[in-house]
Design a protein around this ligand. Structure first.
Ligand SMILES: Nc1ncnc2c1ncn2[C@@H]1O[C@H](COP(=O)(O)OP(=O)(O)OP(=O)(O)O)[C@@H](O)[C@H]1O
Length: 240
């Protein structure tokens, strides 16, 4: 029998903080190597959706599966160990450590040589700066480092929360190219939260548009491009 495709699946998820729901009845699947975009206005619940997947927000109703396992009640650590990676909006790098030390902090029992070779191939700029301290990096390099560090943990599905925030267009392109190569070469599934609609449309094969915590659209990116009314509502978001 063929091996089942590894995936992250939300089934009717309502989640928030305490008993207060922020996202409601959200269902989606992202498979290994697939790229899903999550867009919506400020406060729509995008970060909360990713936090819920990681076990960092409160699941009120519904279920979350990773691979074949129901992880709805699993700890954040167990989710990470099971193949879920997370790049939070805050660039959580250790400023007192060098680039390479930051990367090695993300190792989960993996050989350091193999992990570093993989990320340096994707991010040659980090290789050049591997002995630099975290504080000596530009914003773009810091963001690359936080994506690279998540990759060192060998995630099968990676959640990315606005990785392009505050970056110049050229650096944005460089980072997005590396994320696409990561997804294609290593089969990593991605959920990308992003303000730039154009970036999401180019990056993702499917998109969810969140409006006040509810999916106003969920489907193939090409179909969203045809929905002018919804795009107009959503395009209040930044265009590149
Ligand atoms: N830790 C928290 N405790 C309580 N409420 C929260 C918490 N974090 C976020 N919220 C609320 O949840 C709602 C959704 O926030 P969330 O950060 O998920 O939206 P978002 O779509 O990611 O927005 P943005 O684009 O501004 O990051 C907001 O009303 C916010 O105030």
């Amino acid at each position: 029998m063929a091996k089942p495709i590894f995936k992250l699946r939300f089934e009717g998820v309502t989640a928030g903080y305490g008993n207060l729901p922020v996202v409601e009845r959200l269902s989606f699947t992202v498979r290994e190597g697939e790229r899903l975009g999550l867009i919506g206005r400020n406060g729509a619940g995008k970060t909360t959706t990713l936090a819920t997947a990681m076990g960092l927000a409160d699941l009120i109703d519904g279920r979350i599966y990773l691979g074949e396992a129901d992880i709805s009640r699993a700890s954040t650590f167990a989710r990470a160990r099971a193949g879920l990676g997370y790049v939070p909006q805050s660039r959580d790098i250790f400023p007192s450590l060098t680039v390479e030390e930051n990367l090695l902090a993300g190792l989960q029992g993996r050989s350091a040589g193999e992990a570093l070779a993989q990320v340096y191939k994707l991010f040659p700029r980090l290789k050049e700066r591997r002995n630099n301290g975290g504080t000596k990096l530009s914003g773009g390099e810091q963001q690359m480092l936080s994506v690279a560090r998540a990759l060192v943990g060998k995630p099968r599905i990676l959640l990315l929360d606005e990785p392009l925030e505050g970056l110049a267009p050229m650096v944005r392109d460089e980072l997005m190219d590396a994320i696409v190569r990561m997804s294609e070469q290593f089969g990593v599934g991605c959920v990308l939260v992003e303000q730039h609609v154009d970036v999401v449309m180019k990056f993702s094969s499917s998109v969810i548009v969140l409006e006040r915590g509810v999916a106003a659209f969920s489907g193939p990116t090409a179909k969203l491009s045809e929905d002018a009314a919804l795009l107009n509502r959503t395009i209040g978001l930044e265009k590149c």
